[in-house]
Ligand binder design. Structure first.
Ligand code: TMP
Length: 260
C-alpha cells in the first residue's frame, strides 16, 4: 500500500514516517475493535469519516488555543501530524454517567454528573487499559505532578469547547477519551493533544432522542455504525463539499472523492 516506513500499527490507525523530520503520517483504517480487541469488524468508510471529523475538531481546538499534533490533512485517510512522545495515559473526561463508570459505580447511564470528571487509564492493551490514580501516574513516572495539572486543565478546556460545539449541532457530549504527547524543542517541552477525537473515542447522544451516534453502536450491536458517524460529520458541516467514497451512506450525497 505504501513505500513509506511504517512506525506503528494500532487497532484503528497506522503511523508512517513523515516527509520531514519531526512529522508522521497518521492513516485511519476502517477497522473497529471493542473490549480490548475481542470484538472486531471492518466498517467501510469509518476511517474516512474519522479522518475528517478528527481534522475538524483538532483545527477548531487549535483556533481556541489548544496546541495539537495536527498539521494538515493529506487525503481521505491520512493526515500529517507532529511526531510526539506519547504520554502513556488515556485521559477520559465524563459529563454524564455511561459505560465503565456506570458499571463500576452503579450509576444509571444518562445520569448527569455533578461536574466534569477526569480519569486516567494506563495505555496498555495487555492489561486492558486499567483505571489508575494520580498517585500511580506520578509514582511510576508516567507523568509528573505539573504535567498532570496541565493534562487536567487542557482536558477541561477541551471538554468545555467540545460540549458547546456539539450542543450547537444538537448533540450531547457524554464522555470522551484523549491522548497527549510531549514535543521537545531544545530545552523546552510542550504538551500537545495527540491521537484523534472522533465518534470512536467519544460518546455522542442526540439531544432530542438520545440516539447514540458513536462507537457504542458497534460495541452494543445497535447497527448503522458508519451511518451514525456520517450523521455527526454532516451535522458538523464537514460532508458538504467533499464526502469521499462513502457514497453508500444515505446521509452522504456528494460523489466527489479526493482519495489518493
Ligand atoms: P468507558 O466508559 O468504556 O471507560 O469509555 C469512556 C470513553 O472513552 C468513551 O467515550 C469511549 C472512550 N474509549 C476509547 O476511546 N477507547 C477505549 O479503549 C475505551 C475503553 C473507551
Amino acid at each position: 500500500m505504501s513505500r513509506r516506513k511504517q512506525i506503528y500499527e494500532g487497532k484503528a490507525k497506522i503511523l508512517y514516517e513523515g516527509p520531514e523530520p519531526g512529522t508522521l503520517v497518521q492513516y485511519f483504517k476502517d477497522d473497529a475493535t471493542a473490549f480490548n480487541a475481542q470484538k472486531k469488524a471492518t466498517l467501510q468508510g469509518k476511517g474516512v469519516l474519522n479522518n475528517r471529523i478528527s481534522e475538524h475538531i483538532m483545527v477548531a481546538l487549535g483556533r481556541v488555543g489548544i496546541p495539537t499534533h495536527f498539521i494538515k490533512r493529506l487525503n481521505m485517510r491520512e493526515q500529517l501530524i507532529r511526531k510526539v512522545e506519547i504520554i502513556p495515559l488515556e485521559v477520559i473526561c465524563r459529563n454524564v454517567a455511561a459505560g465503565s463508570m456506570s458499571k463500576r459505580l452503579g450509576i444509571e447511564e444518562g445520569e448527569p454528573l455533578p461536574r466534569a470528571i477526569v480519569e486516567f487509564c494506563l495505555k496498555d492493551d495487555k492489561l486492558g487499559d486499567p483505571l489508575v490514580a494520580e498517585e500511580h501516574v506520578t509514582a511510576f513516572g508516567w507523568a509528573s505532578p505539573s504535567e498532570i495539572d496541565e493534562l487536567i486543565a487542557m482536558t477541561l478546556r477541551i471538554n468545555d469547547f467540545l460540549q458547546g460545539m456539539f450542543f450547537g449541532i444538537g448533540i450531547r457530549l457524554i464522555d470522551f477519551k484523549i491522548e497527549f504527547g510531549r514535543l521537545y524543542d531544545g530545552d523546552m517541552m510542550q504538551i500537545l493533544l495527540a491521537d484523534e477525537i472522533s465518534p470512536d473515542s467519544c460518546r455522542l447522544w442526540d439531544l432530542e432522542t438520545n440516539k447514540k451516534l458513536d462507537k457504542d453502536r458497534f460495541r452494543r450491536d445497535l447497527g448503522e455504525v458508519t451511518e451514525a458517524y456520517a450523521e455527526v460529520a454532516t451535522r458538523l458541516g464537514i460532508m458538504k463539499d467533499n464526502p469521499g467514497p462513502v457514497t453508500k451512506l444515505s446521509v452522504v450525497r456528494n460523489e466527489k472523492s479526493d482519495e489518493d
